[in-house]
Ligand binder design. Structure first.
Ligand code: ATP
Length: 247
């Protein structure tokens, strides 16, 4: 069997030395896949993504058990920067654009780990605009003054500037109108098909996530309580009762 692109094996995560938040989480993202991580507020989705990108330490969190592999190699001891250099980039929940920079300047910040020339970087800016034409129109606007949907697009565009193989996308639907959520997931699907970018998407919006992902995991209280193909989860009675129609 071919190795998965990302594999999380039985990790435990503790904040502040005492708060056990992940209690043995395992999951896989195959090369070229879109996998969703579902669960209620506080289930541990963000913590799972941050364990992969190694962003826990700044929040006094640590992986205390288990391990994480990317293309078969351990990455859980790398710095956040080195994880990005490997091609794994997180798009944070709440988008975190630099409000006083323009949209285009925000995109440029995504290229910070790259050592190639301005020409290559400009090519990728154009690629981002190809997928997000709306950002091209808004390129000179300060990110603090654009809409929530445009900020989400800017955040994804910025991640693309690092030339990722895997994007960890945290609640892209948060606070956005259904039409816009649809638009953003369509673009994610196109990036997956046309650019070969794989995605691990944390979502509370079970409905939309299961329409665009091939596979899903459901987290409850820091444990994976169910996983399966998107189709099997969408048809599962428990999933329907507890998760669909909630958002
Ligand atoms: P959300 O939709 O709110 O992002 P989530 O499923 O992503 O939910 P996490 O953000 O991973 O959940 O949080 C899981 C649990 O860990 C919650 O109980 C939360 O209060 C706790 N937690 C998160 N960050 C910290 C932190 N820095 N210090 C202590 N506890 C934290």
């Amino acid at each position: 069997a071919t190795k998965p692109l990302l594999s999380i094996s039985n990790i435990e995560v503790i904040y502040d030395h005492v708060i056990l938040v992940l209690r043995g989480v395992s999951l896989e993202v195959p090369e070229g896949g879109i996998v969703c991580l579902l669960g209620a507020n506080g289930a541990g989705k963000t913590t799972t993504l941050k364990s992969v990108s190694n962003l826990l330490r700044s929040e006094r969190g640590e992986v205390t058990k288990g391990f994480i592999e990317y293309r078969g190699k351990r990455i859980d001891r790398l710095t956040p920067n080195d994880v990005v250099k490997l091609g794994v980039v997180q798009v944070m929940e709440g988008r975190h654009c630099f409000g006083h920079l323009t949209v285009e300047e925000n995109l440029m910040t995504g290229a910070y780990t790259r050592r190639d020339g301005a020409g290559e970087i400009q090519k990728d800016i154009d690629l981002v605009y190809q997928y997000f034409p709306r950002l091209k129109e808004r390129r000179s606007a300060e990110a603090g003054y654009i809409s929530g949907g445009e900020q989400q697009m800017t955040a994804i565009g910025r991640a693309l500037m690092a030339r990722p193989n895997l994007i960890l996308l945290d609640e892209p639907s948060m606070g956005l109108a259904p039409q816009l959520v649809e638009e953003i997931f369509e673009i994610v699907a196109r990036l997956n098909r046309e650019q070969g970018v794989s995605f691990l998407v944390a979502e509370q919006n079970t409905n939309i996530a299961l329409r665009f992902a091939q596979y899903g995991y459901i987290l409850e209280n820091g444990r994976v309580v169910m996983d399966g193909t998107a189709e099997s989860l969408a048809n599962n009675e428990d999933v329907k009762e507890f998760y669909l129609g909630l958002s």
